[in-house]
Design a protein around this ligand. Structure first.
Ligand SMILES: [Zn+2]
Length: 385
């Protein structure tokens, strides 16, 4: 099986015996209240999803990642992983700090190395390619604050999230892949419920691999993407009703979307490498938003990384429904002209549902559409199918 990024799977979970001690002594330590998003990433670091990261980035890591797309030790890394604060935190700049959730429960330990100020606009320009607040990922990054705490983390206690049972750790997925005898494992990233173009890509993955790892993002997303639980239910429905048993593994990824286009495509590939995937599908405008990125920049970036990241990238161009072929296809498989092609987008599907219309079944499966319609609290209305 492909080794985790950086060679070893990071594991930083406080051992049970030590947990008791640190909780008893908690009043000796300074603490910081952090939101769910930070705690999700603590867990991603501690369970190896973000291997080789052992903690939140310091200023040197951040600049190296922003400018050179690698960590100071040389491993490719493209997205900042930061513990951002709105105010300068009143903590020593070295030593142990506890992280607590918004209810005051202690969740993690940080061995602080540095407290520093982030040049938010400069970092946004380098990572997102824009400083514009019209970009939802950039706006979200600015909103988290210009102060950062860098240092290695230890996970004390997992947070309670509504889709916990859907989350597997890299050690679990790697064991499952081994148990199932999968050698070629194709990773599929998504932030939305599956429509027919997604399904086309998943079937490509099923054709080329021993198994398909569907790994929807369950963290923060812009408000017009669908709710995480709906997405999981839609995928459960698709995999149970249509795909062969035992050839798909569905598991949620609890981290936020960054909408950083090409750089996030690399981040997503590294994460799936850590889960044990050998291949990763990158479609048109992967992790993009609006018109901020060239649709194929997310393909090209893999040719320009400081070094090969090891996982094989399956580059797929735009997928559409062709009314002459009468199926989903791409430029590589359909020779008909543009006017015969229907491009499927979640934005289009969502707009139809909002207006009380049912999207055509060649765009999204009716039972998946039903789920999405229910999530909007609308009754199903048939129109001109
Ligand atoms: Zn065609």
């Amino acid at each position: 099986m492909l080794k985790p990024h950086g060679g070893t799977l990071v594991s930083r979970i406080v051992p049970e015996r030590e947990k008791k001690i640190i909780l008893e002594e908690s009043h000796f330590y300074p603490s910081l209240e952090v939101d769910e998003e930070v705690l999700m990433d603590v867990e991603n670091i501690a369970t190896g999803v973000f291997s080789p990261l052992k903690g939140f980035m310091g200023s040197e890591d951040l600049l190296s990642v922003a400018h050179e797309m690698k960590l100071p030790d040389g491993a490719v890394w493209t997205i900042p992983v930061l513990l951002q604060m709105k105010e300068k935190p009143d903590i020593p700049t070295d030593g142990r700090v506890l992280l607590k959730d918004t209810k005051g429960m202690f969740r993690a330990v940080v061995d602080v190395k540095e407290v520093f100020r982030i040049d938010l606009r400069r970092i946004a320009g380098l990572v997102w390619g824009t400083e514009s607040e019209a970009h939802p990922g950039v706006r979200h990054f600015y909103s988290k604050g210009e102060w950062a705490v860098g240092g290695d983390v230890w996970l004390l206690e997992e947070i309670e999230i509504p889709f916990r049972e859907w989350i597997l750790r890299p050690e679990d997925t790697r064991r499952i892949f081994e148990y199932r005898g999968w050698k070629r494992i194709v990773g599929f990233q998504t932030r939305n419920a599956p429509h027919r173009a997604h399904e086309y890509l998943q079937r490509l993955g099923l054709e080329m691999g021993d198994g398909l790892f569907i790994n929807p993002i369950l963290g923060w997303k812009k408000s017009d993407d669908f709710d995480s639980r709906i997405i999981l239910r839609a995928y459960e429905l698709l995999t149970n009703s249509y795909y062969p048993k035992g050839r798909v593994l569905l598991s949620g990824l609890a981290t936020s979307m960054r909408y950083a286009g090409p750089r996030e495509a690399v981040f997503h590939a590294i994460i799936r490498k850590n889960f044990g995937c050998t291949h990763f599908i990158v479609g048109r405008d992967h992790a993009g938003v609006g018109n901020f990125y060239d649709p194929y920049a997310a393909h090209r970036i893999f040719d320009n990384l400081p070094e090969d990241i090891g996982i094989e990238i399956v580059r797929v161009s735009a997928v559409f429904y062709c009314s002459i072929c009468e199926c989903m296809a791409s430029d590589k498989s359909c020779g008909h002209s543009e006017e015969n092609r229907i491009y499927v987008s979640m934005t289009g599907i969502r707009d139809m549902i909002r207006n009380g219309r049912v999207p055509p079944s060649n765009v999204i499966r009716p039972e998946v559409a039903d789920l999405l319609i229910q999530s909007y609290g609308k009754t199903r209305v048939h129109v001109g199918e």
